[in-house]
Design a protein around this ligand. Structure first.
Ligand SMILES: [Mn+2]
Length: 311
């Protein structure tokens, strides 16, 4: 469907539940709250359905009215797969009316889908949508959109960044969004716990495929010993990819129930989404993820074999 059709659909519906993915990041929350603020601006009822919002993203909820209504329309933002809805999965699986996303591996079964994989962040799609709907982009909406765009592009450093990305960010800056604050909070601030964690994680570094693949991991035991919350496990993904000569950087994070959440970041022509699809996951060409069951050694061996097979 076209962006105009998405705009028409939203204009002619009401009482929106806007879904975000579990372990929410800046793009899913920025997309969700920007859309919610826009719908409320034109007199609709809307709310964002989330799992726990990390403390540093709390400012995205500013200015959103709490509204009571019976859900009529369910829209997902930046959700690549219904299984990523976390604790909201049972309630919403199979009930999504409209999916707005930018993951090329999108598997959401929705009646209507708008997936533009050329957008570095789903917030770029939302920005174009709001312009199409003639929404006034307020400072608060601009903050939401800028947060999504800057976080999904690693502050405009990743290869997904396009000239359109930069033009959109520039337009949001012209509106007066708090770029300095957002950049500081998102990219230049680490909790002391995070620094403790990074120190431990560097010790787990393991190379394979002649140094072209690097793997780090966290375990529940490590997390407990260092007193690290789940929020603070985010943002480790870029560490192995930054190492000279590494084409595949892998981060394994142990979760309850014998499962590892795996983040994959790639350099050059190695496709991270294709790598993760082998394990039932997905994502983008340079950044993707999957979940793999097993012990640390088992999961790591499987990932190493898969990496060695393509390098
Ligand atoms: Mn995204």
């Amino acid at each position: 469907m076209t962006i105009t059709e998405v705009a028409d659909y939203l204009n002619s519906h009401n009482n929106f539940d806007i879904l975000t993915h579990a372990y929410p990041d800046g793009d899913t929350l920025g997309s969700g709250y920007a859309l919610c603020l826009a719908l409320q601006q034109i007199g609709k009822n809307a709310r964002v359905i989330t799992t726990n919002i990390p403390k540093n993203f709390q400012f995205l909820t500013d200015g959103v009215q709490k509204q009571d209504f019976l859900t009529e329309t369910v829209v997902s933002t930046d959700v690549a797969d219904e299984k990523l809805l976390g604790s909201n999965k049972e309630k919403y699986v199979g009930k999504i009316d409209l999916c707005i996303d930018h993951h090329m591996t999108n598997k959401v079964e929705a009646e209507l889908k708008y997936v533009d994989e050329n957008a570095a962040a789903n917030c770029e799609n939302i920005y174009r949508l709001l312009l199409t709907m003639n929404i006034k982009i307020t400072k608060q909406i601009a903050n939401c959109l800028y947060t999504g765009i800057s976080t999904d592009t690693g502050c405009f450093r990743y290869t997904n960044t396009t000239s359109d990305t930069l033009r959109t960010a520039a337009a949001l800056m012209d509106i007066g969004c708090d770029t300095a604050y957002i950049n500081k909070v998102m990219f230049e601030t680490k909790s002391k716990a995070k620094v403790r964690l990074e120190r431990a994680v560097y010790d787990t570094m393991l190379y394979c495929a002649d140094g072209k693949c690097a793997i780090i991991n966290t375990t529940l035991e490590m997390q407990k010993a260092l007193n690290i919350s789940d929020d603070e496990l985010e943002g480790l993904a870029s560490i192995p990819r930054q190492i000279e000569g590494v084409l595949i950087g892998i981060v394994m994070r142990e979760k309850e129930g014998g499962v590892f959440k795996v983040s994959v970041r790639t350099n050059g022509n190695v496709n991270a989404a294709e790598f993760c699809q082998k394990f039932g996951g997905g994502g983008h060409s340079a950044a993707a993820g999957c979940s793999v069951n097993g012990s640390l050694d088992e999961v790591r061996s499987k990932l190493i074999s898969a990496a060695e097979a393509i390098l």
